[in-house]
Design a protein around this ligand. Structure first.
Ligand code: GEK
Length: 237
């Protein structure tokens, strides 16, 4: 069981920028479940896409793996298929914890943990690439090149599943904050977290993401999940 996320429950004079450090790692599973609407459903969707699209002996990339939820879900869903699952994250705190977790966990396929900026990774021989709420942390002007790299590294008939927090109306943002309150976050926690993320999370709107994927070469680009200002898109090569 992970600890409860109480990082922003005391008033700070100055809220520091959000970082994926040890403190965040220690509460991460609780944080993501209470902050991302539909997180469990999205993981189930990813399991379904994996069962449908992952090819024997190919590679799978989980970009911004955090504590490996996507990699472990895919591994579980596909069973033993001789697949190499690349679990990539540039936070040392995250990958250290993931390595610890994997050392006591038997997996069906190879999960290779890489402590690297995903922009430095060359995707190759992939039948599936997932970015579950990660590209939103990249500088907006580097996002197109990443999508192109993913497209180029996918095999024909490969799939890209992209989940993102998107820019939306103030209404939708207010509804989302209401959802966080229902999940036990106070107004103070919500406001301070928002401030902490201001510089590191710059959401694009849905139209921008869809056209980016189209420009990269993907076809049959569909939103398969949306709740408030959170979406997950499936795109085929
Ligand atoms: C999950 N996918 O549980 N390169 C690599 N990793 C990065 C980069 C980068 N440039 N920038 C940020 N990250 C996970 C949840 S969390 C989403 C993903 C969130 C990593 C960062 O260190 C963090 O672990 C992850 O992306 C984003 O399904 O916390 O909102």
């Amino acid at each position: 069981m992970s600890k409860r996320d109480q990082i922003f429950n005391q008033a700070y004079q100055k809220v520091s920028a959000f970082a994926f450090d040890e403190q965040v790692v220690s509460v991460f599973p609780d944080m993501i479940k209470r902050s991302v609407p539909g997180y469990d459903t999205i993981l189930k969707g990813i399991a379904m896409f994996a069962m449908r699209f992952v090819a024997d002996g190919s590679r799978v990339y989980d970009l911004g793996t955090s504590l490996g939820a996507v990699s472990l879900t895919i591994d579980q869903a596909i069973g033993q298929r001789g697949v190499d699952i690349y679990a990539v994250d540039n936070s040392v705190a995250m990958t250290n914890e993931l390595n610890k977790l994997l050392s006591s966990h038997k997996t069906h396929n190879n999960i290779l943990v890489k402590t690297e900026d995903l922009r430095a990774i060359t995707v190759r021989q992939a039948s599936m690439v997932v970015s579950n709420f990660t590209l939103q942390f990249l500088p907006p002007d580097s996002r197109q090149a990443v999508c192109v790299g993913i497209y180029q590294g996918l095999q024909p008939n490969g799939v890209f599943v992209l989940s993102e927090k998107i820019a939306s109306s103030q209404n939708m943002i207010d509804y989302y904050h209401g959802f966080k309150k229902i999940n036990g976050y106070s107004d103070l926690e919500i406001a301070q977290k928002r401030q902490a993320l201001e510089d590191s999370l710059k959401p694009d709107d849905l139209k921008q993401w869809l056209s980016r994927l189209e420009q990269a070469g993907f076809h049959t680009i569909e939103v398969w999940f949306q709740a408030f200002n959170f979406v997950s898109i499936v795109a085929l090569k």
